[in-house]
Design a protein around this ligand. Sequence first.
Ligand code: M6R
Length: 604
Amino acid sequence: MCGIFGYVGSNRATPILINGLKALEYRGYDSAGIFVSDCGSVKAVGPVVNLESKIPQGMNGSTGIAHTRWATHGVPSEANAHPHHDKSESIWLVHNGIIENYNELKSEMQAKGINFYSETDTEVLAKLIGTYFDGDLKQAVLSALKQVRGTYGVAVMHDQDASQVVVARMGSPIVIGVGYDGNYISSDPSALLAYTKEVVYLEDGEVAVVTGSACEVESIKGDKIEKTTEIIDWDHTAIQKNGYAHFMLKEIFEAPKVIEDTIRGRVSANGSVKLGGVEAVLPKLKDLERLQIVGCGSAFYAGSVGKYMLKEYANLPVEVELASEYRYTKQIFDKNTALLAVTQSGETADTLASLRLGKEHKVLTLGVVNAVGSTIARETDAGVYNHAGPEIAVASTKAFISQLTVFALLTLLLGKERGVLNEKESRDIAESIVNLPKVLKSVLDESAFIEEVAKKYAKYDNMMLIGRKLHAPIASEGALKIKEVSYIHAEGYAGGELKHGPIALLHDGLPVIALLPQDDVYEKMYSNVEEVKARRAPVLAIANIGDEKIGKLADDVIFTPKTHPILQPIVTSVVLQLLSYYTGVGKGYDVDRPRNLAKSVTVE
Ligand code: M6R
């Protein structure tokens, strides 16, 4: 979704801003623009390279703000692209979020003779700041923000003052990067990595004046706030392709390392497990009577797999809800319920809103979050970081498998604590977790074969995926991945649901991807595959090595190593990720940036 980048310092701002925008490209956008002190503004529809090609010679100012826009109010166009300006064209602003009362504010200003050139809510905020400006930009921003309802991360500057950028945050992230030769502003810490790892996170309701050498923060009410600088522990190479054709492929191939990072220092083969982030609330988790899990998209499916794990191995009643539905449906909160938010970005608006609803009702809130320092990570009472590193491709791959791994760790911990898993069972799970990176390495070694299979199935317009138990949500996640990057219509079903409707779709032109590892529902799944074959639908099975029976029934089989049932979904997921990737690439699509999608959905 929209991205903000800014710079105040002694260097030329333009190349820094363009680099910053390129680092934000992965989030998804449709137009981009910059404003640089003493030079003015340039905007372009389409990729950042379009903007770059329009930058005039001599755009040499040392302070600037930049934006990638993902249209919410008004079509992608130069007029609607940010930065936007006030009536006098001296105050320039970039904005993420939505100003909910923009129509009413616009009408009031129009009645006073102020004209608008765009359809955006952002221009309304720029114009509003202009009406309050009497020489003090921070005060004008504060006065305007008191009038608006909605969410914002904003960066504002005045064309006659290159010494400062004023930033503010309410529901949409703003991070300030502390550099040697200036300070940086971004809506996404990963975009700062090329310049600095020292950051100051702004909280909701905070406003900062950023100069080349300082950053003064205060609350919207005007109280001074002392902030501490934090260090981002991500490596700059994490946001580069490092020789891979796409970020998605690189991130799939990082699987063994990601799992090593997720489990490092947390589990050992003898069955011991330690999750520092939830230690303080462990007594509460031990006696928990109900866990609600919320998430969107892949995070929701990870939570759904987590539900099966926690119910079966920790005897914990779990419900999983789509975060986008959570606050609009009746929720029953009580003191023995905890709410767990699953999110890669830690900024998803619906997940954040669900979390805040839980907090309002005083339930214990937990997070399984990848982005360190993100809003959800900071607002939950306790939680576990994935440590998967920055995920750049829009389609979630490494973050998804690390979410499943965190659920396996949590299940092992709670299964032991709640007296469900005995020593042997704990050791079996722990050993399998420790061995998982090796298992995933051997799956990746089969990528050339998976690419061949992908070519065969890429010709279809529709696909169905089926699985049972932990593999039922994996069928849905696999279908989501196929949709996202290859635009093939795919749906995932629990195998047992076939007869209740979806079987009507089957014919020789609708392939079915059947997920049937050697677990306690193998025979049930096998029967489902027989039902599918009886309707002449082609079957691609993902099964365990040594399963000769399925080899005779299915049209194609991708064999995977067998691991503990709790971890098998991770193995299957990597195969499905590779299948989706090769299908999308084979069809010539930009798999890193699928159409209409944004990496982090920070508006409702
Ligand atoms: O950052 P989050 O994990 O909260 O994001 C949730 C979804 O938007 C995300 O998983 C989305 O479905 C991905 N594009 C899936 O590949």
